[in-house]
Design a protein around this ligand. Structure first.
Ligand code: ZN
Ligand code: ZN
Length: 238
């Protein structure tokens, strides 16, 4: 058995500034991922592949394996589309979304399934898994609280699908807070996808400090609020 420090850690859920609500370039994230001891990560910006153009440079400079991906806003919650290189339409049901992802050779993974509004929820998860349409689910998302993480882990183990872990980092320093451990170090994106399909992986991670999650939320509000304050001041001027 390989020693624990030889494990290959892959953060399956990472945002860059190409997501409107995140900060940091692909290279910034790669440098932080390397410092966090990861072997790679999945680049999962919201509904865009714009960041993919920077993958090659970030890989060359850090030696990490970066999986091209998207976090798709589907009608049944957020879906990590791992291994895709082209946009996947948003707003479709899970099955249609999955079809687009598989047409590109990727794997569709429901993200943070127990999150209100943007998670698929246990009912639909059970339904699609029973129909054989789900192979993997994000079991640990670092932005969830500990109790939600425990409940999600339990649910994913009941479903018997591959458990993935991801930080859902929107800030550079959050990368690696949760990750997927692969049994064998992958040499390519296809190796990663194969391991996920075969279940040769497990999810690890801890919740992010609430300060980081709240700080990110506050920064999203700060810009528009400041703008509104300035507009109001300007409107008051004679
Ligand atoms: Zn999400
Ligand atoms: Zn996300």
């Amino acid at each position: 058995m390989a020693p624990p420090d030889a494990a290959f850690r892959l953060d399956c859920h990472v945002h860059t500034r190409h997501s409107k609500d995140a900060r940091g370039s692909v290279l910034d994230l790669a440098v932080a991922a390397q410092a966090a001891g990861l072997g790679g990560f999945c680049l999962t910006d919201h509904d865009t592949v714009a960041g993919h153009a920077h993958i090659r440079e970030a890989q060359e400079k850090t030696g990490l394996l970066i999986v091209p991906a998207i976090e798709v806003t589907s009608a049944e919650g957020h879906i990590l589309a791992l291994g895709v290189r082209e946009d996947v339409p948003r707003g479709l049901g899970y099955l249609e979304t999955r079809e687009h992802v598989e047409d590109q050779g990727g794997v569709a993974v429901p993200a943070h399934p127990l999150r209100s509004f943007s998670g698929m929820g246990p009912r639909a998860l059970h339904h699609h898994t029973d129909e054989g349409q789900i192979l993997a689910v994000e079991a640990v998302n670092a932005r969830e609280r500990r109790l939600v993480q425990q409940n999600t882990r339990k649910l994913v183990s009941e479903l018997g699908v591959s458990p993935l872990g991801g930080s859902d980092a929107h800030w550079v320093h959050d990368v690696g807070a949760a990750y997927t451990v692969l049994d064998d170090a992958p040499g390519s994106v296809d190796d990663v996808l194969d391991a996920i399909r075969r279940g040769a992986c497990r999810a690890e991670g801890t919740p992010l400090r609430r300060l980081s999650v709240l700080g990110h939320t506050a920064s999203l509000w700060a810009g528009p609020l400041r703008r509104r304050f300035i507009d109001r001041q300007e409107a008051r001027r004679p």
